[in-house]
Design a protein. Structure first.
Length: 170
């Protein structure tokens, strides 16, 4: 269960990054050029996107190690050694993931659009957006969570009141 939650959180983070990096759905081309893919890689790097994707391989390895440690706690040292070996062995696969992600992003925009995006992110406003957007998203998520908690409290009170009207004390 913890493994699934961690994995889902990683994927959710990756999906959020995708939305932040490229701003939502846009369909432009199905087979992006090599230049468009390269530009998409640059945009991802500028926005720090590789940091999110760089946690996937180690995260999957740690989840598997944790699962086996729960089943066989006495194998902890051996599992740590195997996990270290696998991190080194699978590290080159990160380039494969980064390349495929860049292709996905590049396929959502025309080559001109992706060039324009890179040009924008290299401007002072673009650099400010890169720096400030994660903070704004964090503040927004914190606000939304607090708001949802307040709404939940309100709904509980109202639901109890309505149920009491129907003769049910909950």
């Amino acid at each position: 269960m913890i493994i699934r939650k961690t994995w889902n959180a990683a994927l959710t983070g990756a999906a959020l990054l995708a939305a932040v990096v490229f701003g939502g759905p846009a369909i432009a081309q199905s087979q992006p050029s090599a230049e468009a893919v390269d530009i998409a890689r640059q945009i991802i790097a500028l926005k720090g996107g590789e940091n999110i994707f760089n946690t996937l391989i180690p995260g999957v390895i740690e989840q598997s190690k944790y699962m086996f440690e729960q089943q066989s706690p006495n194998l902890g040292n051996a599992l740590r050694d195997v996990a270290t070996k696998l991190r080194n062995e699978l590290a080159p696969r990160q380039a494969e993931l980064n390349s495929e992600v860049a292709k996905v992003y590049a396929s959502r925009f025309t080559e001109k659009e992706i060039k324009d995006l890179l040009a924008f992110y290299q401007t002072p406003l673009g650099r400010k957006l890169i720096a400030e957007e994660p903070k704004a998203l964090d503040q927004s998520m914190t606000y939304a969570q607090d708001w949802a908690r307040r709404l939940s409290d309100e709904v509980v009170v109202k639901m109890r009141a309505e149920m009491k009207k129907l003769g049910h004390d909950i």
